[in-house]
Design a protein around this ligand. Sequence first.
Ligand code: F6P
Length: 544
Amino acid sequence: MCPESHVVFDMPFNKAKDRYHIMDQDFLHLLQKYNTESGQKPLSERLNEPDRFKNFSKAAGNLLLDFSRTSLDQHALANLLKLAAHSGVEESRERLFQGVEVNFTEQRPALHMAMRSDDVLDKLDPETANRVAKTRDKMLGFAAAFAAGHLPGETGQLVRHIIHIGIGGSVLGPRLLIEALGKRSSLQVHFLSSVDAHFRDRLLADLDPAETAVIVATKSFTTGETLLHARRVMQWMKLELGRDAADQRLFAISGNTAAVEEFGVPQANTLYLPDWVGGRYSIWSAVSLAAAAVMGEGAFQEFLQGAADMDRHFQTAELEDNLPVLMALTGIWNRNICGFPAQAVIPYDHRLRSVPAYLQQLVMESGGKSVDREGQPVNCATSPVLFGEPGTDAQHSLFQMFHQGTDIVPLDFIGVIRPDHQDEEAHAVLLANMLAQATALATGTAGLGSPAELDIHQQMPGGRPSEIILMDALTPSSLGQLLALYEHKVFVESVIWNINPFDQFGVELGKVLATSIQPALQGNSDAIPESYGLNALLEYIKNR
Ligand code: F6P
């Protein structure tokens, strides 16, 4: 548990140094000392401090962040805010929005905000801005045609099903959007991501190629899983419809126009994805074509606007009022000062069931780095393991460990105040469960006055932190705000950790190895290099 400190101190900023990061050991150690040298104050007591909620919650737009169930106190928060300022959060934020090459390992800016905010779009050179705006219009035109049940410009060519092929950032966003905001529609969207063919074969057996459109979403157009699925699906389609008719039903969203053309996607069916939109930030782009078709243009635009509103809040609010900054500082506190290794996200709304999967990529691909911006090994912890499950289901799987396990896992509860259904009782039960879990985690049995003689196995220690993020209602705008909030939170943490959050080289080696292991599995090559340490296992597989 992170205890409260009564030792008052101020971070010793050295004027000779213009930047501090959490890795500056004086910083980290002082904050840690602040915890360990001081007495322990149970979270249950903190929660009863006057103005605890007022001091440890903040609202912006349609969101409220309540971080009163953490072990932060005013003094620690004030010092963390200083850390944010001295880490250069404001300058880094400016550089991000100005389009500086913040993704310096890949020599590119990270300008996904230009996909949703006209303020940012206007900062691009006119040719690029024009291309982005035109692509968005073209995408919305395609979406409207699909929603109306036909191919773009071909009212006689039916579309009742879309197969969206993509993986990682090229599928998580549209899937989340459709689950969260999809309207009742005769248009069915099916997602193919992992290269496993079981699901694909079952799906194709149920579909009619003459009523199906295929969207291949891949920024690089080199992703093995996506291309294999795309080849198989197009074979299926061509067999039935012939090459030309099948190609008419094929759409691509990519930054690699040459590869798209070589694959046979008609130029007219191609939507461009700029290289400065990272895969895990591409929900705002044409990658969400299928989702825009199911949500409708108005809702998709509102979704973008919600995120643009959060961008503006992040850019303009003072650090102490800034939701992404406060959330990042809570994350830093839990990870670096308290040393908690994981983070769970539990949305209490079935429509948000894919938020944990979406955030896994955003948080762990961005923050999972061990080398700092100067190329030195980091000397503090970076990304926690992030995982989650919707509530109340998660209560019947994960929560035993959250309450009584040996590791403390801070939680993000995400709740929606006003539902879109009429079952008031069901919604009250849902929200009551969320609030009950947050309370039980924080206070434990003793904090609630349970008898001291309670069997030890039944006691809950409490002191387990969580944040509650409340949306007034689940609307396109509030979902845009929520996702942009997490994006900027991840960015602020990366500044404090002094890492590049926009590359993901860690995923590459496994991809390369797979290409040499695959022929060995298919019996097309004798053996793989000894250094893989896999030959005995391959032999075992071959003999089964
Ligand atoms: O997992 C690595 C990754 O590059 C992700 O960052 C990306 O979202 C995903 O693969 C898919 O990449 P692409 O859109 O290029 O197929």
